[in-house]
Design a protein around this ligand. Sequence first.
Ligand code: SGN
Ligand code: CA
Length: 531
Amino acid sequence: MKTYDLLLSANSLLLNRGSVFSHFLILSISQSLWAQQQRPNIVYIMTDDHTAQMMSCYGNSPIQTPNLDRIANEGVRFTRSFVANSLSGPSRACMITGKLSHKNGFTNNEHGVFDGTQQTMPKLMQAAGYQTALIGKWHLVSTPTGFNHYDILSGQGEYYNPTFIHDNGTRSIEKGYCTDIITDKSIQWMEERDKTKPFILFVHHKACHRDWLPKLEDMRLFEDQVFPLPDNFWDTWEGRVAAQQQEMSIGSAHDMDIVYDNKIYSPGDKTRLTWSYLNYVNRLDSADRARYFEFHDSITAAFKAYPPRGRALTEYKFQRYMRDYCKVTKSLDDNVGRLMKYLEDSGLLDNTLVVYTSDQGFYMGEHGWFDKRFMYEESLNTPLVMRLPKGYERRGIIDEMVQNIDYAPTFLDMAGANIPEDIQGMSLTPLLKGEKSPKKWRNAIYYHYYEFPAEHMVKRHYGIRTGRYKLIHFYQDIDQWELYDLKTDPTEMHNLYGNPAYRKVQQQMHKRLTQLQQHYDDPIEQELQQK
Ligand code: SGN
Ligand code: CA
């Protein structure tokens, strides 16, 4: 029975009998109504391709992110936060359903169309009395369902003067920088929302996705910074066949394009710019475009004066990549600060769960790469920090293994709603309430990536990661197993599969993998056997 139904029946009881009993009933109902109104709001901020290596609270970041760090410092920071499929659409589908890709049906960006008729967490939150809103990148192709309000980017979206699709079905180009606009729209929705109800707001940024076009005010930042190369930058992928065949190498002229990615062109001949790059920059109005090109002309002129070759060229591309990524991250951090300030000034902060995460991690030169997709640590991980509402006392670091299928049950749990049995993630609330190492927490996570053949050519693979080991199977046009000991080889340079010293570990990992595939009901093994 809903609260207002209870109130109605209590009223009639009071009228009919006027008994002491009904006074008590009224009292307990008003308490329950009060409790309903006290349910925490949720602001879920998810960026695109922002990786933990580029967030200062995770240590060793070349850029300071004070506003993101604030969330961690006032709340919790997860050190083992993983995605289930390291790609935008699939990751978003896992988040919104609490189910793995083979269950929610959105396995890859190339062919995926999210079935919006299925059960989703926003729909369940709505049914529990929450206002729901989605602003920014959606990337699930079908029209969003389960939101009282949405205002989304078209596809990947654009950094400059982006096009938005509104929930009345119209589209418009909005003037400004994407990260600023998404923040403005989010604040505006919170201002105008139905304030009698708790809310969940999904703020989905385009930043820091390729091709890292900065806010013009931030364009000249980081230009004097020289970024250290990761230790395994010159990895030759020995013993890792799938890694040898990827197309996401900074050093490859094909994979990281000097024009499109690094913005180096012929200053005197802009007709030679690739169409996609030019399309993005041409969204700026003429004055801003002139500002943009004034700066990038000077960069390209310097490059042309002393063009680097060979390894020096690869290092040059790495430096430009890092600078552009940092510029985009800077405005992201500023805007998260602006959102936090709004929550604080409007008195919402203390009863709001603020989540900051990304749709997956990213390579910042590790293994010589950019992009994601692989089950290796940098892209399997995703940053996750939370500022907790009243009643959730945990602070500091949380080392338990969590995954993006856990957000849906967590939010439902916090809202006091039932968690449907078919949701595959686990509610994080026992961790957030401060229970130290709750019993029965998972000791392994399952991963499955499907988008092949496709851009960046990362083979299909699935695998399992425990606290110490990782087993991966690359399949489809290849049949390769990899085993890593993350304690002795945290950067995953040595494939131990078949190594006699790890025979027992390998056996145990295979067994555990089969158990997890059965537990999550992934039919892949049967499919492979039928081939
Ligand atoms: C685009 C990018 C790729 C990226 C995919 C998926 N190319 O296709 O580099 O891997 O998105 O990214 S681009 O030239 O269009 O920028 S995801 O985060 O949306 O999954
Ligand atoms: Ca992404």
